[in-house]
Design a protein. Sequence first.
Length: 126
Amino acid sequence: MDSINSKATATFPEVVFMKSGKLLIKGRSIPSDVRDFYQPLIDWASELKIKHLIVDLELEYMNSASAKKLLYMLKILDINHDVEKLTVRWHYEEGDEESQISGQIFEKLLTRADFRYTLHREAASN
């Protein structure tokens, strides 16, 4: 499986997949057409063959359409038996209970994924 490297924009998150088994999705996910953005990732998830995949989700904001597509992609990874182990590292900012709860909902909807939560303190204002 080839590496993926897609830079973030104002509406799309950064997406980086390294052959070593790490997938990073970082930034804001508010595309006008979520299918165009997420369908290649969903296709990739269904074809991936790897011993251990670590998914780092560092989304500061995602709209509901993005959340649905992201959850679907994670479900595809969760049922893909060619991915022997799946770890999801859910990053959220201090005080962002909505993001933390979203991660917990995702965790309950997946069967094999091992979820880890990482709390980040908000950057200090200068």
